[in-house]
Design a protein around this ligand. Sequence first.
Ligand code: DUC
Ligand code: ZN
Ligand code: ZN
Length: 475
Amino acid sequence: MADFELILRGGTVVTAADTFRADVAIRHGRIVSVGSGLGSADRIIDASGLLVMPGGVDSHVHLAQHAPPGTPQMADGFETGSRSAIAGGTTTVISFAVQPRGASLRESVRDYHTKAEGQSYCDYGFHLIVTDPTPTVLGQELPALVMDGYTSFKVFMTYDDMVLNDRQLLEVFDCARGCGALVMVHCEGYDSIRFMTERLERAGKTAPYYHGASRPQSVEREATHRAISHAELVDVPIMVVHVSGREAMEQIRWARQKGLRIYGETCPQYIALTADDMKGFNMDESGGKYVCSPPPRDHASWEAIWEGIRTGVFQTFSSDHCPFFYEGPDGKQNAKGKTSFRWVPNGIPGVENRMAILFSKGVSEGRISVNEFVALTSTNHARMYGLYPRKGSIAAGFDADIVLWDPNRKEVIRQERMHHAADYTPYEGMEVTGWPVMTLLRGKPVFEEGRILGEVGDGRFLARELSPYATSPGS
Ligand code: DUC
Ligand code: ZN
Ligand code: ZN
């Protein structure tokens, strides 16, 4: 009988800390040994010339998210979204369970489990989106759900059906402080956006391009500062998600220099797309394909995001995969969406391209090290959201979630190669250097050379520990 089920032989292992030549031995879905001369295995995979990195953990992905009746439904459920994840080298996604206003959060979580169970190609967890922080939700449901492994919340400072006022934000932050949960905050100011939207519409400026104008960086900066101030008041760490440019980045940096535990996340669209992608000024010119919030900015903002990545302002690089169709009744181009940018569904697909975009623009173009790449796409997500030391590294004891990566391979991102359900990719035609060759989920090859080998249902739900980044000193 062989010593191991599988050995990955001859590759270069990369963790957030080190890069070294080693073989990786796997048994019962776990990494059991990393080194040389490890013994025999039922199967040997030749990894020579490839990087052996932890499978991506994408801590910001929207799948099968409930949309209010009469509004466009999301393109991906768990099956297609998780299939897209493994094709891009990601083995764990953390999606969102949304509490519709007036509903029980516990029941909402049950609904999302029904949507995900047996439907996922990769492992998954849930953040809780709190839209209605009633005394029952704050006093009973959230503390109990945290104990059950839903250890992070998301709150919104905009959107009619999600926005919390300042008092509600403070209450949710205080609840998180009490139960040790980490709060992700969508920082854009509701009133400013409404004011700008109405002004633009009155002037006849309704094309998708004006989506960006309706929520400029000052709107994001003001909300980021307000969220930070509320977190300071309550004395709780928060994660500012999907930061788009210098203004919000500098708020986070300023807060950290003051000693506050404010964390930051950014995404591919803020280093690869700009507001110009949302042109033309006509509804049919495909600008809607790039509508997401916060919106893509400009080239100077890309540089600001790189500055934030290099200097540690951002801990995580997530996709914010939030896919909508372009065509059809649920698409960006639906009849109402064509009347104003206000009604174009917000969000773009990206889970499949997140790692390739960061690798190409970051590692291949010399902006970050390959170890920083691993930290930004896997290790830091696992640490931040209570999955470490199960996910996020290559070492004995970790789940054998691994991506074999060709650092020299040149590819072009094309919709026809994507595994998501959306009918377009906003990264169409982008040339990248560095590409996933094989993805393993708990030791099982689930993707190889463009082919899905895994089965729907391979993915398991992950109950998560408390984030070590969330607990307040002295609590
Ligand atoms: N916020 C997200 O996190 N994702 C998509 C849309 C949004 O506003
Ligand atoms: Zn958001
Ligand atoms: Zn999102």
